[in-house]
Design a binder for this molecule. Sequence first.
Ligand SMILES: C[S@@+](CC[C@H](N)C(=O)[O-])C[C@H]1O[C@@H](n2cnc3c(N)ncnc32)[C@H](O)[C@@H]1O
Length: 246
Amino acid sequence: MLRSTNQHGVHSPFVYDLVTRCFYDTTAYPQYKDLDLYRKQLHDSKEILFVTDHGSGSRIFRSDERPVAAIAKHAGIVRKRQRLLFRLVQYLQPHTVLELGTSLGLGTIALGLGNPTAEVHTVEGCPVTAKYTSEALKKARLHNARVHTAVFEDFFSKTPHTTFDLVYIDGSHSQEQTLQNFQQLLNRKKEGTLLIFDDIYLNPSMTEAWRAIVHRPEVSVSIDTFQWGLVFFRSGQKKEHFTIRL
Ligand SMILES: C[S@@+](CC[C@H](N)C(=O)[O-])C[C@H]1O[C@@H](n2cnc3c(N)ncnc32)[C@H](O)[C@@H]1O
């Protein structure tokens, strides 16, 4: 296994370009302003949502009244990684994108703006959150994203033939759910598909799930960025693992 702390130790041209031209790209893209504006609107919101929490696998364990501003702060993707998500989509130009776990759409808007011609599907199990976010994204004039109100398992059974070029997995961070999602996505991948797993070091069981995914024979390139685990399915590329601190 090749370990690398920066681009100098990376020998794969594909990964080298990804790291230097996308991960470390410091351009101030104009779309960053749209991302910040959307975030600000959520932080300034006085609205309260009656949410259904899907935090433990697909098991619904709690309903709660939560301010939009608090959800944005605690469950939303942070600004730095939201920008990286935007750059990954912009760099890789996927046609069909999937996000598992919409929440308030902070990830969705980055995915949608990254490639305005892509079709972005995002899945949220809480109906109140899904409705709120669908409307908020419309108001933000994001026209290429569709919010699906469903638990992940149901979304997969309702869309048996859809394949994806890029998937951001940010739902319940449990080992069981992570491995189930990976198994489902094996049937939905194409040549070059990228899967991004959030929070791979959240707890020992998430890390165990990540390690199991890295060792799967279907995975060619895997990149551990500490918060995110990225895996690519690229035929013709020898199996290699990279560790790159971001
Ligand atoms: C961490 S938040 C997502 C944050 C969002 N991706 C972002 O970038 O800001 C996780 C969301 O996934 C939803 N979720 C978790 N497990 C789910 C499941 N099995 N099916 C559907 N939705 C689920 C939760 O309701 C929650 O809104």
